[in-house]
Design a binder for this molecule. Structure first.
Ligand code: NAP
Length: 278
């Protein structure tokens, strides 16, 4: 636990539903403790109706926090100053008070960028990327990949219309985004990286997001945005094929680190945060 709260303790909160499984309180409190900051980070389950009042109240009281599913779009509409990443993705996952106004950012974008860099050992400029899923996490991934100058992004999602809408949102000169009808249609393709941004892998009985043995595209590396104790089954399956693979823990740490920089204007202790996750 952090030292006992004082009358000056600042409140930081994760707002969402559900939140009880979240690792954010664990590593954010470890960072606060390591730097001797008088603040506490808690998780508060709340409804979409309650989100604006909670978010604004916590920020105006000198705190801040994160927002998770399913409230990131409501949060984007609640903050006074939305960052470029919030405007482009339509989602806000970090908020704080600055200059009397409530600011919001989508640090999932930085989270994906850093997790991709860590896995590949380089920026993905010029890479061909297969992105599974088309929800909020996929939106952050497309934003990060487009900014990094990848050669091509192919979206594959259960609901093709949602993938088409996401592609449309980010298509721009120099950003090639295609939507695949099925994994079979990609059998002759080659990707430097496949990213799972579906929620498959959260439950032990889930099928793999991309079958490891079935015929499909050739893949160079696999990043699962889902994380699990002992890593996800997809990560294990892709490693068994000899591919570099990582689950979503590094993204989680990096989105939290980016939020920490907004809140405190200082560098978070990444090693302490990583150790707290174990
Ligand atoms: P979301 O907006 O609800 O999107 C869920 C995605 O999963 C959609 O593309 C959905 O397809 C797909 N999906 C769900 N059930 C499926 C099934 N049975 N078969 C195939 N596809 C299925 O959620 P999100 O915010 O993008 O989050 C997705 C995952 O990313 C979460 O599970 C979370 O663990 C992970 N995530 C990780 C981090 C991190 O820091 N590591 C951050 C954010 C999210 P449809 O469009 O067809 O419904």
């Amino acid at each position: 636990m952090n030292p006992a709260p004082t009358a000056a303790t600042r409140l930081f909160a994760l707002l969402g539903d559900p939140v009880s499984h979240s690792l954010s309180p664990r590593f954010q409190n470890a960072a606060l403790r390591a730097l001797g900051l008088d603040a506490v980070y808690v998780a508060l389950r709340c409804s979409a109706d309650d989100l604006p009042g909670l978010l604004r109240g916590i920020a105006r009281a000198g705190g801040g926090g994160n927002v998770t599913v399913p409230h990131k779009a409501v949060a984007a509409a609640t903050v006074d100053h939305a960052s470029d990443a919030v405007v482009r993705t339509g989602a806000c996952n970090a908020f704080w008070l600055e200059g009397g106004a409530i600011h919001g950012d989508n640090t999932d974008v930085a989270g994906v960028r850093e997790a991709v860099r860590a896995l590949l050992g380089r920026d993905p400029a010029g890479a061909r990327v297969l992105l599974l899923g088309a929800g909020g996490a996929a939106s952050a991934a497309v934003c990060a990949l487009a900014d990094a100058g990848v050669e091509r992004i192919v979206l594959l999602n259960r609901t093709a219309e949602r993938a088409e809408a996401l592609a449309e949102r980010f298509r721009a000169p120099g950003v090639r985004i295609d939507v695949a009808a099925s994994v079979d249609a990609l059998a002759d393709d080659r990707f430097d990286l496949a990213i799972n941004s579906t929620s498959l892998g959260l439950k032990p009985a889930d099928p793999l997001p991309l079958h490891a043995d079935a015929p499909g595209p050739e893949i160079g590396a696999a990043l699962d945005l889902v994380y699990a104790a002992g890593e996800t089954r997809w990560v294990h399956a892709m490693r068994a094929r000899g591919l570099p693979a990582a689950d979503g823990k590094e993204m989680l740490i990096q989105q939290g680190a980016a939020a920490f920089r907004r809140w405190w204007g200082m560098e978070p202790p990444l090693d302490v945060m990583r150790a707290a996750m174990k």
